[in-house]
Design a protein. Structure first.
Length: 652
């Protein structure tokens, strides 16, 4: 398991070694199996001020935990000696004033018997570098120390530290988050803590000159007169701290100088501590220059802007920052509750060169500006994405029904870490989740004559919708015989909309309902209201629109006419009868027809609205040719007939 961490180096030696200006190191035990082990150590010293060179070998003692009994002494020869490569883009030390030598030591395999309490390993070197301002190193040496469990547990090794950090410096009064890679070969859980560096003891096992209890060796005294202690290792407004899980160390010293500190890494298996190792390291605090914050390139959003976004539709936004110092590392993070509601950072499709394109100037139709940068890197320990010179981030979100009508603040922080320290820019805006607009086209009031088949389509279409929607139609006409006919799925509603689902079925984007009714006599003159409600099944409060209109049942419209004026009832099939021309209303027609001869004698009478006079009287006898007089009263079709009179000519 890999972890990143910032550390100081400590070793423990059973024999006093005399080398001056040691600045750090660590010791660890590597399990080889079958109770076989080897020891590895890294030692770092100031090669400018050091008067005695790196030792050719270390003599390391292995002790029983609890009894402090020496079990074995192991000779650990030096296998490599080199000068540490120091500096980065922001810090290039003068090789005539800063020069660190690294010695790597590794032993042959040796045997350890099973012992229930496990062992600790120790060697020591005198003396420490005296440049540190936070500890008193005038008479201090350095103990290198680690612990291992009972070999009966099986194969196990201590966590392994990496090389001395090239960027071992702070910027004065600027917060720095840093870490070193620590690997546990066995995949055990690691817990990190800052501890007081260990002094050399003057004895093999520390029981006489040392503390006599864990960690068995005395601690280097802090420079308490200047306010330094384990709770205030490097000073500053925010004390140095370490994340126990990730090993990330944060520090912001307020004094310029050199600081020594130590990190302990404990390993746990199944919740039980089985071992630990420690490292000392030395950091310089430099007077770095002040920096320029990153610049937010987007023209939208602006600080405090509220952006309405549609419920249940994908919304994506690119956010771009750059820095005047193009070599600075820029970090970016987005903080919002929308990430608890499904928002995410999508995978960007790279171009042919492997770069990512981000767009930040949208005019409502198209993107007109973009940046092209390498893929972001992700720092798992902090949760930040970063890039060099320019950093961008895209987030996407499809708000759910539960997000509707809510406003979500989004805060985007970008900060640069470069030669000029840390500087930050932030943008805060709001996302308001709104329902989609719907346009349920209104329908006009309807006038339909009785006895006529009347059908009406109510339809809706919006290709931008993703909800499952429905149309509910209500009216008292459905208690009067109106129905929804069975239609093919490919039926065309309103001459333009095909839903591909059955009549009145729920659907997305396209809906259709067709109802039909044939009004009867009792419906004439009545007005029936009809209401259609369009709504979402997925989220009822998201989509709802209503249309209403009236259906009025009318009688058949007619203007009373009498045809012909002259008729010849001779049986030739032409003009054989006299009748009323028009559309009758059998529900309401009440007609009285009387025909008189020229002497005023009534020869024919009828109350049939669709009567026909064939030239016979009511007794069935033919009347002679001549002029006759017609009087009509009552109601016919839609027309009220108060009195109508006219002359009829009968020819035989």
């Amino acid at each position: 398991m890999k972890k990143f961490l910032l550390v100081t180096f400590v070793l423990i030696n059973t024999i006093n070694l005399f080398a001056s200006h040691v600045i750090g190191g660590d010791i660890s035990v590597i399990g080889l199996g079958s109770n076989q082990f080897k020891i590895k150590a890294n030692i770092y010293r100031d090669d400018i001020n050091g008067q005695v060179g790196m030792p050719a070998s270390l003599t390391v003692g292995v002790y029983e935990k609890g009894t402090n009994n020496l079990v074995t002494t192991v000779n650990v020869p030096r296998i490599n000696l080199s000068i540490v490569a120091l500096g980065d883009l922001c810090y290039v030390p003068d090789p005539n004033s800063i020069k660190i030598e690294e010695g790597i030591f590794e032993s042959a395999s040796f045997f350890l018997p099973n012992y229930v309490s496990g062992y600790y390993v120790h060697t020591q070197i005198y003396a420490r570098n005296t440049l540190a301002i936070n500890v008193n190193t005038g008479t201090a040496g350095m103990s290198f120390y680690c612990e291992i469990p009972n070999p009966v547990m099986g194969l196990n090794s201590n966590p392994q530290f990496t090389n001395y950090p090239a960027d071992a410096y702070f910027c004065l009064s600027s917060s720095k988050v840093f870490n070193f890679e620590v690997v546990d070969p066995d995949g055990d859980s690691l817990v990190y803590s800052l501890v007081t560096p260990l002094n050399s003891s003057g004895t093999n096992n520390g029981t006489v000159a040392g503390a006599g209890a864990y960690p068995y060796y005395p601690e280097v005294p802090w420079n308490t007169g200047s306010g330094f202690n384990l709770s205030n290792i490097v000073g500053g407004a925010i004390p140095m701290s370490i994340n126990a899980t990730t090993g990330d160390i944060t520090a912001a010293p307020s004094l310029q100088g050199v600081f020594t500190f130590a990190v302990r890494v404990e390993e746990f298996r199944n919740g039980v501590k089985i071992g630990e190792t420690r490292r000392d390291v030395q950091y310089n605090s430099l007077n770095c220059t002040g920096g320029n914050p990153p610049t937010f390139l987007n023209n939208s959003p602006v600080m405090g802007e509220t952006i309405p976004i549609m419920y249940n539709k994908l919304y994506c936004k690119d956010l771009v920052f750059d820095d005047i110092n193009t070599s600075d590392t820029l970090y970016i993070e987005t903080i919002s509750e929308i990430f608890d509601s499904g928002a995410y950072l999508p995978t960007i499709t790279p171009d042919a060169m492997g770069n990512h394109h981000y767009y930040y100037n949208y005019n409502g139709t198209s993107w007109s500006d973009s940046v092209v940068i390498p893929p972001n890197q992700f720092e798992a320990s902090t949760g930040y994405y970063w890039n060099i010179g320019t950093v961008a981030l895209r987030f996407c979100w499809t708000p759910s029904c539960n997000d509707l009508y809510k406003s979500y603040p989004v805060q985007v922080n970008a900060f640069s870490l470069g030669c000029d320290g840390k500087s930050q820019d932030s943008i805060i805006f709001n996302l308001d989740v709104i329902p989609p607009p719907v346009n349920f086209a209104p329908l006009n009031d309807v006038f339909t004559p009785y006895g006529t088949d009347y059908c009406q389509d109510i339809s809706f279409k919006d290709t931008s919708l993703v909800d499952l929607i429905k149309i509910d139609i209500s009216s008292s006409i459905f208690a009067e015989g109106a129905t929804f006919p069975s239609l093919p799925n490919n039926y065309t509603y309103s001459d333009s909309i095909i839903t591909n689902v059955a009549n009145t079925s729920s659907n997305t984007q396209a809906l259709g309902s067709r109802y039909c009714w044939t009004p009867d006599c009792e419906h004439i003159g009545n007005v029936y209201g009809l209401r259609a409600i369009l709504s979402s099944i997925d989220c009822p409060q998201a989509i709802q629109d209503t249309i209403s209109f009236d259906i009025t049942v009318t009688p058949p419209f007619d203007t009373l006419e009498f045809v012909p004026n002259v008729f010849t009832p001779n049986g030739d099939g032409m003009n054989d009868v006299f009748q009323i021309a028009g559309v009758s209303n059998p529900c309401n027609d009440e007609v009285n027809v009387k025909i008189y001869n020229r002497w005023g004698i009534q020869v024919f009478e009828s109350t049939d609205p669709i009567f026909e006079w064939d030239g016979k009287n009511n007794s069935g006898n033919e009347v002679p040719s001549g002029t006759y007089y017609l009087i009509v009263t009552g109601t016919f079709g839609s027309e009220t007939i108060p009195i109508k009179k006219r002359t009829i000519s009968l020819l035989r």
